[in-house]
Design a protein. Structure first.
Lengths: 117, 586
């Protein structure tokens, strides 16, 4: 089975680097990185990743803007990450169409695999 | 002619006009003409001397007002017009030619009375009057020999100005001047009527007699001119007599008005003094309005400190630029400024009344002024409290953002780094060690950021070691060279120390961000129970304390301690921030 291709969206370069290393260690292929809503949409259209690891708080909007712009069809699996607590976002996490949520400090290949399973 | 006329000047004018009037009476009695002389020999000089006497009095009393001189001019022109009775052709023609001049002068008197500027419409109508009397009527005397036109039975004088006998053309000019005169008189009557209605009652009461006499005069004139136009000679003469009576009454009406205004002023002030004793809260304005007869009067209260006028509701008002038609009279009590009356400018002529009212209202206004100052203070406190709340919300949001963007991200990064090191520990111990080193570095940076943040909330060095070490550490951390002088060694109340610290911190942050300065000095002194802070730099200046949240927030913080913040920042000459905080509270 070919490795699943992941797009990492986060505005902190250090976090992106760390996430790339962690995911690659677990056998994911990192297709690319983006740092804001506009960059994320552009990269999704261009790279067609299987999974998007999407930080909720972005400089020009948030993850829900990205999900809204993508629409329901032909969408990669979106996994939300945040350094805030899941409870800070209320029920939107469940209703927005994302596959799941991972606290940023707990990010690892295993955590991602668990959400996607 | 604005200074007070000397006695010699007044006596000279009086003697000259008396002489002229005597000559006219003599000419009247000596006249060979067959016409009634009683009016000419009695009412004529009576009018002349009335205007002379009242005019001299008014000129001496108020030399800056035109009324006195106008009355004297009316007296003289009136006497000159009496020359028309002379047997001599030249004197008679001159008298007849100049006779309506007094009428235009009287119209001007009514327009400027009691002391008004001449509005543009009135100026045009008066100009028409003078042009008609002196210009349009002249051809009549040049072209008509028998200028009495049948109104004198025998021994009639002939025009001394005659150039060529053209009775038809002369008649046309006479007609034109009658119509022009009618327009001028009618127009001015309308203007006066319109103005009368807008006057405060006290003014109307004082000028009423003059206005009534003026109305009789003008009514008589309009009747006279109009009836002449339709050639009803007898009725016209009767109407002219009415005008004459109005004219004769005018100076005496002036005297009556003067007496009235003194009497009513005294009564109004007496009533005010009596009423103010039993005035309910806030009733002073109504009583003052009543006493002045000016329903538009407004009261302003002096507030000291900080100096400045406020309304009774405590709202600040500027009295430097009152609108046209309004006038300010200051109110004092026991030599202390209490406030001001803002009233109709027409009351300027009633200076005595306004001053007496202001004096009587002083004590009552002093009580209200305390109220007004208190209200203004409450307003200010409410505003500053609301701003403090806003500042504190803003601060909390700032701290949350700082924590999220700073320490929290560092810790997240640290967690990820540790995860990574854990993953690699077995496969690649060397890389795991690198990751652990990086993690320690992250941790150190995170700690430093937390310390910085904590200092922004409340600096531990200030609590632990006091103002001087805290300010010294601020000065040392600043990239600009900062000289620190005069910081007191003893501890001040904690809120005062904190306020001083944040004034210096904010000022130095601004120096670093905007001033482009090489040097800054920080000075803290204790003076009369106050802490005085001054931060001065040699940078570009031009700082606007209203523009940023930083200085504004500081000002509110200081206001909560009854302190104040001043920023002086002329462009190109550096910036000086001064704070003054009372130390009494603890």
């Amino acid at each position: 089975m070919r490795a699943r291709r992941v797009l990492i969206v986060d505005d902190h370069p250090a976090v992106r680097t760390m996430a790339r290393l962690l995911l690659e260690d677990c056998g994911y292929a990192v297709a690319g990185e983006a740092e804001d809503v506009a960059g994320a949409l552009e990269a999704i259209g261009r790279l067609r990743p299987d999974v998007v690891l999407l930080d909720i708080q972005l400089p020009d909007g948030d993850a829900f803007d990205v999900l809204g712009a993508l629409g329901p069809r032909a969408r990669p699996d979106v996994v939300l990450v945040s350094s805030r607590d899941r409870a800070d976002y209320g029920p939107r996490i469940e209703t927005c169409g994302a596959r799941g949520f991972i606290a940023k400090a707990e990010l690892s290949g295993a955590a991602l695999a668990e959400v996607l399973a | 002619m604005r200074g007070r006329p000397s006695g010699v000047l007044l006596a000279g004018v009086a003697l000259a006009e008396l002489a002229l009037a005597t000559v006219v009476v003599w000419l009247t009695l000596e006249s060979a003409r067959d016409e009634p002389r009683l009016i000419g020999a009695t009412l004529g000089p009576f009018i002349a001397l009335s205007f002379l006497g009242v005019g001299l009095y008014a000129w001496r009393r108020r030399p800056e007002q035109p009324v006195g001189l106008l009355m004297i001019a009316i007296s003289v022109t009136w006497s000159l017009s009496g020359l028309s009775i002379a047997d001599d052709d030249l004197l008679a023609t001159l008298g007849a030619y100049l006779s309506p001049l007094a009428v235009v002068l009287v119209l001007q008197l009514l327009v400027v009375f009691p002391d008004r500027p001449i509005e543009p419409a009135a100026r045009r109508l008066l100009a028409l009057g003078y042009a008609t009397v002196l210009g349009l009527r002249l051809p009549y005397f040049l072209l008509e020999a028998d200028f009495y036109d049948g109104q004198c039975a025998s021994g009639c004088p002939q025009s001394a100005f005659l150039v060529s006998e053209q009775p038809g053309i002369a008649e046309a000019f006479l007609l034109a001047s009658l119509i022009a005169g009618l327009v001028a008189v009618g127009g001015i009557a309308l203007l006066l009527r319109r103005r009368e209605r807008a006057e405060p009652q006290a003014v109307r009461y004082a000028v009423g007699p003059v206005q009534t006499a003026g109305a009789v005069l003008i009514g008589g004139l309009i009747g006279d001119f109009g009836l002449q136009l339709v050639e009803l000679e007898t009725l016209s003469a009767l109407s002219g007599l009415v005008a004459l009576l109005g004219l004769a009454a005018l100076p005496w009406a002036f005297v009556v008005g003067l007496a009235r205004s003194h009497r009513t002023n005294a009564a109004a002030v007496a009533r005010l003094v009596q009423d103010l004793g039993a005035t309910p809260d806030g009733g002073v304005r109504d009583r003052v309005a009543q006493a002045l007869g000016d329903p538009t009067v407004q009261l302003a209260y002096w507030r000291d400190p900080p100096g400045g006028f406020v309304t009774r509701e405590g709202t600040p008002v500027q009295l430097g630029h009152v609108p046209a038609g309004r006038c300010v009279t200051l109110v004092e009590h026991d030599g202390r400024r209490i406030g001001a009356l803002v009233h109709d400018a027409a009351l300027e002529d009633q200076e005595g009344l306004v001053r007496a009212v202001a004096g009587a209202a002083g004590l009552a206004m002093a009580n209200e002024a305390l109220d007004a100052a208190l209200r203004a203070r409450v307003d200010e406190l409410e505003q500053s409290r609301a701003r403090l709340l806003e500042v504190s919300l803003f601060e909390r949001r700032r701290i949350e953002r700082n924590l999220h963007d700073g320490a929290q991200q560092r810790l997240v990064g640290l967690a990820l780094q540790l995860s990574l090191a854990r993953e690699q520990l077995d496969r690649d111990p060397a890389r795991a060690a690198e990751q652990l080193d990086a993690a320690r570095e992250q941790l150190a940076q995170g700690l430093e950021e937390l310390r910085e943040l904590a200092r922004g909330i409340h600096p531990a060095i200030l609590t632990d070691r006091g103002l001087e070490p805290a300010l010294r550490s601020l000065a040392e951390r600043a990239p600009t060279e900062v000289a620190l002088t005069g910081v007191p060694d003893e501890r001040l109340p904690e809120p005062v120390e904190a306020a001083v610290y944040f004034v210096v911190a904010e000022a130095l942050t601004n120096v670093e961000r905007y001033a482009g300065a090489d040097h800054a000095t920080v000075q803290v002194q204790r003076e009369n129970g106050h802490a005085l802070v001054e931060v001065r730099d040699d940078g570009v200046g031009g700082a606007d304390p209203a523009a940023g949240t930083g200085l504004r927030g500081l000002a509110d913080r200081l206001q909560a301690l009854d302190g104040r913040l001043d920023v002086e920042s002329p462009p190109g000459s550096g910036t000086t921030v001064r704070a003054r905080i009372p130390c009494a509270s603890s």
